[in-house]
Design a protein around this ligand. Structure first.
Ligand SMILES: *[C@@H]1O[C@H](CO)[C@@H](O)[C@H](O)[C@H]1NC(C)=O
Ligand SMILES: *[C@@H]1O[C@H](CO)[C@@H](O)[C@H](O)[C@H]1NC(C)=O
Ligand SMILES: *[C@@H]1O[C@H](CO)[C@@H](O)[C@H](O)[C@H]1NC(C)=O
Ligand SMILES: *[C@@H]1O[C@H](CO)[C@@H](O)[C@H](O)[C@H]1NC(C)=O
Ligand SMILES: *[C@@H]1O[C@H](CO)[C@@H](O)[C@H](O)[C@H]1NC(C)=O
Ligand SMILES: *[C@@H]1O[C@H](CO)[C@@H](O)[C@H](O)[C@H]1NC(C)=O
Ligand SMILES: *[C@@H]1O[C@H](CO)[C@@H](O)[C@H](O)[C@H]1NC(C)=O
Ligand SMILES: *[C@@H]1O[C@H](CO)[C@@H](O)[C@H](O)[C@H]1NC(C)=O
Length: 777
């Protein structure tokens, strides 16, 4: 059986918050000394300047060499070193040093989906056909590494490695140059920051390879989702079977292993990976990790800083939005230059029938129960078989150690989700430890299915759970039988925004709509690392098999879906900026499910989804090819945005890496040229400006249409935009006026620009406030 730490990694997708144990400890002494844009083109000179500063502070060259962990010298300048608080303060005062950031520890956020998104080779003029399946784009994955032998990474039919590629295939444990090919064109690994923080990697905690090889499975899953080759007959224990493929099957992969299966990922390592990826020449960075709120300021967040430099060089950065939903303000990775991804469900389900002794049949969900489907087993309630050492509350949800071995042995145990115990994972291991034969776990109804290969497990909702209790009270010997799990396609309404997907508004910059977009992230089948796979029996009595594929849920899974679509768009539009690509995705996203109904958000209760659930909407890759108009932004816009957030020249320079000047004139909080307008504090009247560039036919006339958010009036000036050969870029104003004289709540609308063919839609989000609401009377 997997060790507890490995176990938590497998579920990292969904338990980001519980991993706070990996947060920075007070005794931490790794610091990132950030020096902004590099001053020399010679990496050696840059590196020398780092040693020079460090020697000065530490007193000797030897001490400097001992302390330095990384010298960042390609994309930007800076270094990571082991420093005391005093030394860190001292270095911060050095000329050229823009900031000293304490190291942070991140955790990872966890194929049908491509057909579901209509990213299919058989669609004429579809995104796959037009992009030649992403051929020519390089996707950089910063994750737990890769299992290179997986069929997803075969390089049949892949193009020659491009001459512009400057990356390497770094040697290590069970990994050398022979493991790279024309699919995996680069692989590097970073552990110095992690080890400086936690000491040497402790291998007795689980399997790990000191190399790009993936011991956890997470990185293999995200990589194969983004750019895996076609594999016939993929399945998870026979479920979800079919052809498995990545979204951009002809794109190249560059692997940056920054996360370790025995712990988290260190920000010093992550920044080193950004530094290399920028100089290696990737086109897209895919980052399925982050740390939960409170969010660090943009000047102290390595994801913000690294991605800023990448975006400056034309590299798109796509991040998961976090798994702390459905609560508001839980979204992470919120910098406006990042594309932040929410998770949605697809049209595949795993219904599993359970039958009671009274012949009543009920439907739950499972992935592989492995139970004898012809046999009834005794059914008991966790609370009724509590160990004398445990209280009934913990036994109700089957917390570890709460059940009595004598009473549980050989029985199916019914447990209920509690506030402190949200997943079936713990309950399954508790029931297994007391030799129960199966678990029925009642929880709030969501579509993601917890995996359990060690113990047959069926998930049901509270209504069915309550019915089971009634049956058990009325029956002397309650029994239950598990039916086989079925893979049902196209039989459930989808997409819906997943329960766990983190919600906006951004707690750091509420004028920037986050998340940006939603993509499939529930029960996603992709390749897995055999090193972390439990053995399982295909059928009772047959030989044990190792998992090559696995179903996982999380914004970790939705992020590489968008990374792949971005790679496809880059092949089609190599000259578009990261902001233009983001705009194309957001303005063409869908608000309706497969039945033309408004998309719903899983929550408590279900509700119609709004932009804080899914940003612009659900990704619509084929539409994003020709968005008509784009809302573009560049480095100087982002700098002015930081100024408007209250960062002074020094602080904005921290993020941008070059000396910057704040212009006082414009309010870039609302006027940053995003494909959305969010006003968290409308008092009476506010005019917002936007700029659009025509990327459609030269002579186009667009007319504005508005769906007004409740409680305000909205006017667009001008109402008509005329583009021709010489006029490609036009500005317009949107004037908001509040009608409410009470403290309001967020309301939602849309602004459309339409030319009869393109519909360019951006969300409008407004909350009215009254000035004297908090005034003392
Ligand atoms: C690289 O690894 C492969 C497979 O593990 C092995 O056969 C080969 O000898 C190695 N090559 C080098 C140069 O070490
Ligand atoms: C490694 O972990 C194991 C189990 O968690 C522990 O017993 C052992 O002391 C650790 N070793 C080191 C060197 O920390
Ligand atoms: C897929 O699996 C089925 C049943 O196991 C087998 O009959 C078929 O030949 C396989 N197809 C391929 C392409 O491997
Ligand atoms: C349940 O159904 C089976 C066969 O369908 C039947 O033999 C049995 O008597 C039924 N049991 C009850 C309690 O109705
Ligand atoms: C478990 O239940 C048995 C039978 O009721 C009882 O004798 C025993 O003391 C219980 N043990 C614990 C640890 O609860
Ligand atoms: C569970 O069953 C196994 C094998 O039958 C036995 O060795 C073990 O002691 C049992 N554990 C408990 C907690 O009853
Ligand atoms: C700029 O802001 C930083 C912190 O945000 C502060 O330490 C510094 O003194 C400020 N500089 C100026 C010139 O105001
Ligand atoms: C484009 O439109 C502008 C303003 O309407 C006009 O001045 C210009 O002559 C037009 N250019 C062409 C090539 O038609």
């Amino acid at each position: 059986m997997a060790s507890p730490l490995i176990f938590s990694m497998l579920y990292l997708g969904l338990v980001t918050l519980q991993l706070s144990l990996f947060h920075l400890s007070a005794s931490s002494n790794v610091h990132i000394v950030y020096m902004g844009e590099k001053r020399h083109d010679e990496p050696e000179l840059v590196s020398e300047s780092h040693h020079h500063i460090l020697s000065h502070v530490l007193g000797s060259k030897e001490a400097a060499e001992e302390s330095i962990i990384y010298s960042y010298k390609h994309g930007f300048s800076g270094f990571a070193a082991v420093l005391t608080q005093t030394q860190a303060k001292h270095i911060a005062d050095f000329p050229g040093v823009v900031n000293v950031i304490p190291n942070r520890i991140f955790s990872l956020c966890t194929t049908r989906s491509w057909d579901f998104l209509q990213v299919r080779p058989d669609i004429r003029n579809g995104i796959l056909a037009q992009s030649r399946s992403g051929s020519g784009s390089i996707i950089g994955i910063m994750d737990t590494g890769i299992w290179p032998e997986s069929e997803s990474f075969k390089d049949d039919g892949m193009g020659e490695i491009p001459s512009r590629w400057r990356g390497i295939c770094q040697d290590g444990e069970q990994f050398n140059r022979s493991h790279c090919n024309r699919k995996i064109i680069g692989a590097r690994w970073y552990i110095k920051g992690y080890e400086a923080e936690f000491g040497k990697l402790n291998r007795s905690d689980g399997v790990e390879f000191l190399s790009p090889r993936d011991a956890s499975g997470h990185g293999t899953h995200t990589s194969s989702t983004a750019a895996g080759a076609l594999i016939e007959n993929a399945s998870f224990m026979g479920l979800a079977g079919g052809v498995a493929r990545g979204g951009a099957p002809s794109a190249w992969l560059a692997i940056y292993k920054v996360c370790w299966s025995t712990g988290g990922c260190s920000s010093a390592d992550l920044l080193a990976a950004f530094d290399d990826a920028i100089s290696d020449g990737v086109d897209v960075v895919s980052l399925s990790l982050g740390s939960p709120p409170p969010l660090p300021s943009y000047a102290e967040d390595v994801v913000s800083i690294g991605s800023f430099h990448a975006v400056t060089k034309g590299i798109s950065v796509v991040c998961s939005g976090g798994n702390s939903g459905p609560y508001p303000q839980s979204v992470i990775n919120t910098a406006p230059w990042i594309l932040t991804v929410a998770a949605s469900t697809i049209d595949r389900a795993f219904p599993t029938v359970i039958t009671l002794g009274n012949n009543q049949s009920l439907v739950g969900h499972a992935v592989y129960t492995g139970m004898d489907v012809n046999k009834y087993f005794p059914l008991v309630y966790g609370e009724d078989i509590a160990s004398i050492n445990a209280d009934e509350d913990t036994a109700r949800s089957c917390d570890s150690g709460s059940l009595n071995e004598t009473l549980a042995r050989g029985k199916v145990v019914l447990c209920f989700q509690s506030r402190s115990q949200r997943s079936a994972t713990v309950a399954a291991s508790t029931v297994l430890s007391v030799n129960g034969t199966g678990l029925i776990f009642a929880k709030v109804p969501t579509k993601d299915v917890s995996l359990s290969w060690s113990l047959p497990c069926v998930q049901i909702d509270f209504t069915i759970g309550t019915y089971l209790l009634t049956y058990m009270e009325a029956t002397r010997n309650p029994v239950v039988k598990f039916g086989p799990t079925r893979t049902a396609l196209g039989q459930q309404i989808s997409p819906e925004v997943a329960f766990f997907s983190s919600r906006g508004p951004s707690s750091l910059s509420p004028t920037v709509l986050k998340p940006d977009i939603a993509a499939p992230g529930v029960n996603i089948l992709a390749s897995w690392s055999p090193a972390s796979s439990p053995l399982y029996y295909d059928a009772p009595g047959t030989k044990q098999l190792q998992l090559k594929f696995k179903l996982e849920s999380g914004t970790s899974m939705s992020c590489p879906h968008i990374s792949a679509v971005v790679a496809l768009l880059k092949t089609i539009h190599p000259d578009w900026s990261p902001a233009a690509i983001n705009s194309a995705l957001i303005t063409t996203a869908s608000l309706e499910d497969a039945y033309d109904q408004s998309i719903v958000a899983e929550g408590a209760p279900h509700k119609q989804a709004d932009p804080f659930d899914y940003g612009g909407g659900h990704v619509n890759p084929n539409k994003a090819i020709s968005p008509g108009l784009v809302y573009d932004s560049g480095v100087s816009d982002y700098v002015q945005f930081l100024c408007s957030m209250g960062y002074n020249d020094t602080a904005t320079s921290l993020v941008a890496g070059t000396p910057t000047k704040c212009l006082k004139s414009t309010n870039f909080l609302v006027n940053l040229n995003l494909p959305s307008i969010t006003i968290p504090d409308l008092k009476q009247r506010l005019t917002v400006t936007r700029t659009v560039r025509n990327v459609g036919p030269e002579n186009s006339v667009y007319i504005a249409r508005i769906q007004t958010p409740a409680g305000v009036s909205v006017r667009v000036k001008p109402k008509i935009l005329r583009f021709n050969l010489t006029v490609k870029v036009l500005n317009f104003n949107v004037v908001f006026r509040s009608h409410l004289r009470i403290q309001g709540r967020y309301s939602f609308g849309n602004l459309f620009w339409e030319d009869g063919f393109h519909v360019v839609r951006i969300p409008l989000i407004v909350r009215t406030i009254i000035e004297d609401f908090y005034a003392e009377t």
